[in-house]
Structure formats: structure tokens, C-alpha cells
Design a protein around this ligand. Structure first.
Ligand SMILES: Cc1cc2nc3c(=O)[nH]c(=O)nc-3n(C[C@H](O)[C@H](O)[C@H](O)COP(=O)(O)OP(=O)(O)OC[C@H]3O[C@@H](n4cnc5c(N)ncnc54)[C@H](O)[C@@H]3O)c2cc1C
Length: 409
């Protein structure tokens, strides 16, 4: 049987390798870029956080939870790790549950997949972009910039539009829409947030462990805890990525509130600051928060409270300690938007999952047509969950289970 996989990214390579396990399948991967796995090679800051030991449907959004559960159950994390081990990839699991290649190089993950594809006789057509897909007389036809490809089964693994520079395009959505599948609205997720630059600009490069809340009209939209990185345009880092999906889909009027000292209560902190001022009355405000917060961050907090830094601690009154403690516990930054799809790690939204059978990932509208990966309306939290979705869904689609009525329509 002739199998076409459109897209040589994470899910497409997994689907191709799975399909090639059946010896009567001739598998061809069509990849629009010059090489496979370009986005995969850039994941996890070049380290590739390839999965997470705690992957469960609760870590995913979009498509219905039962859809995600069936797909994850069909190829769960332990199976994924054995699959990669069989390809020769050794991995390490961090205490957080995140799994990385032992080599610490995302390129290793791409390489073991690419080499296995070569060994199993999978044909790779790189620089080959599919512009249209049709079904006629019992066969699929893919129009590309190189030539027309015919196939008995097609797996669409084109990914989403996030990370445009690494190859994200909307063409997978268009190919599936041409068979009647519907696409939801698309939003950037796992993305940096733009905030009012007044305070963050001077903090560029500073990192802090913070508890993060995303508020809108006094309603909590999302919260997280972990590292926040300040940038010249706003905030980034894992804790910000966690709340970014909610920021992306929730409209205007949002504020990010950072608790810059989660372990200490506000009243205890105010007392601590009071005692510090009494002990060191000649200390300039420039150094008043030294030892409590990162130096630049401490100075910015004091400026945001309205103090000039050349004054000494002796000028501070009881209400000032309360105000400083309150600012440290709730450093508020009005949100101006996200950094957009190009900077996002994943697309929230995609092709509606109710058009696919979750036990096979075969289209309910065109038997013999399958989809996997980010092109579907499923996106995961930060931490290896998106690649696990690519592996699980790619593996399931690659089994090519289904009804296969080869009728003309
Ligand atoms: C910077 C960055 C870091 C990330 N880090 C992580 C991480 O550490 N852990 C994690 O779990 N997730 C991470 N992600 C998300 C993860 O990379 C994606 O969710 C995953 O790669 C999706 O797999 P996919 O196969 O669906 O799509 P992709 O990997 O994007 O592959 C799709 C492929 O299809 C090709 N293609 C598209 N259209 C066509 C066409 N018409 N014809 C032919 N080929 C086509 C594309 O060129 C591409 O190679 C990161 C994403 C980015 C951008």
C-alpha cells in the first residue's frame, strides 16, 4: 500500500516509522523544508524536552479530554521511552518529570528518527510542499512543487502555525479543510507576554522565582509558579508560558501580578523591612532590598513605590514598609498582548477533533485520511507535553487502522 505522510516533523516522522513497521507499506514523507525535524531540533532551548512522566489529559487543552485520553492511552509515555530507546536514544528524567536526551542535544532526537527512517526504507522528499490534496477513483493525489504523488492512505502531519521561522505554516489546516474538516480560531500559546514597559525595560535579563497570577476584572484567569524572566517588552520564562494560553484567548484588560517572594507573608515581610531600617538607618534605598531580591529588581520595586534611591532607610515610615511589602507580593504589570504566533511554541486551536475517530485518528469524513500532531485542536502545557502529543498521535495515525471504504465521492 502507498502511504504518504505530509510533514516531516515530530508527529510525521513517528507516523512514518510506525506505518513502515508493516512491510507491505511503501512510506513516503513529503517535507516542505530542506530537512526534517527543523522545529524539533529547536525545542527545549536546543535540549528537546521530549516528554514528561506526568503526561495526562489534564495537561492538554482544546480537543475534548476523552479524545486526548484515548490517544495518549494508545501510546503512553513508557511506550514512547521504549520506542526511543529502541532507536538508540538514551534519556534522562529530571525531578520535575521532564525527559531530555542524555546528550542534551535536540539534534540527537531528530537524528535517531531520521536514521531509522533511512534504515526502514522510508522515502523522504525534502523541499516538497503539498499545495492541494484530493481523492479520486479510490486514491489520494498530493499536488506539490516537485510533482504529483498518488497514495492509498494519507497522514496529514503539517503541525500548526506557531514558531513560523521554524516552519509553522497554515497549510495543514487548508489541506484538511478541503475535505470538509473545520478549523477553530487559532491563538498563540506558550508565548512571552508584552506588558507596560515602564518597569520591565530596566529589568531586561533579570530572572526571579515568582508566583504568577493573571487577573482580569478582579477575576483570576490563570496562575502558576516558577521562573519569570524579564525582557525589554515584558515577561517570559516557564511560569509565564503556563499562563500565556489564558492571556492569549481572554481579550483585553488583563494584569499579570507577580509575587516576588512567595515563601513570606506580606505582614511578616513588612515587619522584616521595618526591623532592617531600624538596624541600618543610614543604608541608602539603593541597597535597602539587597539580600531580599535580585539587586535590579529590588531597586525597581522601590522606584515603582515612588521612592528615590538616594534617600536613606531612616526616611521610611511604617506605611512605607507596608507599601513596599505589598509591591513585592503583588508587582503588577498591565498586559498589552502576547508576542504573537511567530514567537509561540504551540498553536492553541486547530482542526476540530470531532471530525476524527480517537481510536484511529482516521477522518470521519474521508476514510483513509488521517491527521496527527499540532494540526489538530489539541495543545499541551509547558514541559514536554506537546511533543508527547506528537508522538502518541503520530504513532496511532501511523497504524492506519480504520474502515477504509475506497469509494469515490
Ligand atoms: C521554539 C520551540 C520550542 C519548543 N520546545 C518544546 C519542548 O521542549 N517540548 C515540547 O513538548 N514541545 C516543544 N515545542 C512544541 C513542539 O515542537 C510542537 O508541538 C511539535 O513539534 C509539533 O509536532 P508536529 O509534527 O505536529 O509539527 P512540526 O514538528 O511543526 O512538523 C510539521 C512539519 O510539516 C511540514 N509541513 C507543513 N506544511 C507542509 C506542507 N504543505 N507540505 C509539506 N510539509 C509541510 C513543516 O515544515 C514541518 O516540518 C516547541 C516549539 C517551539 C517553536
Amino acid at each position: 500500500m502507498r502511504i504518504l505522510v505530509i510533514g516531516g516533523g515530530a508527529s510525521g516522522m513517528m507516523a512514518a516509522l510506525t506505518a513502515a513497521e508493516q512491510t507491505d507499506h511503501q512510506v513516503t514523507v513529503l517535507e516542505r523544508q530542506a530537512r526534517v525535524g527543523r522545529k524539533l531540533a529547536a525545542t527545549g532551548n536546543g535540549r528537546c524536552n521530549l516528554t514528561n512522566q506526568s503526561a495526562s489529559p489534564a495537561c492538554y487543552h482544546g480537543g475534548r479530554a476523552d479524545f486526548v485520553r484515548l490517544v495518549l492511552d494508545a501510546f503512553p509515555v513508557p511506550d514512547t521511552l521504549s520506542f526511543f530507546r529502541n532507536l538508540g536514544l538514551l534519556t534522562v528524567t529530571e525531578p520535575s518529570g521532564r525527559v531530555y536526551p542524555f546528550s542534551d542535544q535536540a539534534g540527537s532526537v531528530v537524528d535517531v528518527l531520521r536514521l531509522a527512517m533511512e534504515q526502514r526504507g522510508i522515502v523522504l522528499e525534502a523541499g516538497c510542499e503539498v499545495s492541494a490534496l484530493t481523492f479520486r477513483d479510490g486514491a489520494f493525489f498530493a499536488e506539490t512543487n516537485l510533482r504529483r504523488f498518488a497514495a492509498d492512505r494519507v497522514i496529514v502531519a503539517c503541525g500548526g502555525i506557531a514558531g513560523g521561522k521554524l516552519g509553522g505554516t497554515g497549510s495543514g489546516y487548508a489541506l484538511l479543510r478541503s475535505f470538509g474538516h473545520r478549523c477553530t480560531k487559532l491563538y498563540p500559546a506558550l508565548v512571552q507576554l508584552k506588558t507596560d514597559p515602564q518597569w520591565v525595560r530596566s529589568l531586561k535579563g533579570v530572572r526571579a522565582e515568582a508566583a504568577v497570577r493573571l487577573m482580569q476584572n478582579n477575576i483570576l484567569l490563570a496562575d502558576s509558579r516558577g521562573e519569570v524572566q524579564f525582557t525589554e517588552y515584558g515577561v517570559s520564562g516557564p511560569a509565564v508560558f503556563e499562563i500565556s494560553r489564558a492571556a492569549s484567548v481572554s481579550g483585553t484588560g488583563q494584569t499579570v501580578i507577580l509575587d516576588l517572594l512567595p515563601p513570606m507573608e506580606e505582614s511578616e515581610l513588612a515587619e522584616f523591612l521595618h526591623a532592617r531600617a531600624q538596624q541600618f538607618p543610614t543604608l541608602t534605598l539603593e541597597n535597602f532590598l539587597t539580600g531580599i531580591l535580585q539587586n535590579r529588581l529590588g531597586r525597581t520595586v522601590l522606584r515603582a513605590c515612588g521612592f528615590t534611591l538616594d534617600k536613606t532607610a531612616a526616611v521610611l515610615h511604617r506605611q512605607d514598609f507596608r507599601a513596599i511589602a505589598a509591591k513585592i507580593k503583588a508587582f503588577d504589570l498591565p498586559v498589552q498582548g502576547t508576542m504573537g504566533m511567530d514567537q509561540a511554541q504551540v498553536t492553541a486551536g486547530g482542526i476540530e477533533t470531532n471530525g476524527f475517530n480517537p481510536e484511529t485518528l482516521e477522518s470521519r469524513l474521508r476514510p483513509g485520511l488521517y491527521a496527527c500532531g499540532e494540526v489538530l485542536d489539541v495543545d499541551g502545557d509547558c514541559g514536554g507535553f506537546n511533543l508527547q502529543w506528537a508522538w502518541s498521535s503520530g504513532h496511532l495515525a501511523g497504524q492506519l487502522k480504520g474502515t477504509h471504504h475506497d469509494s469515490n465521492s
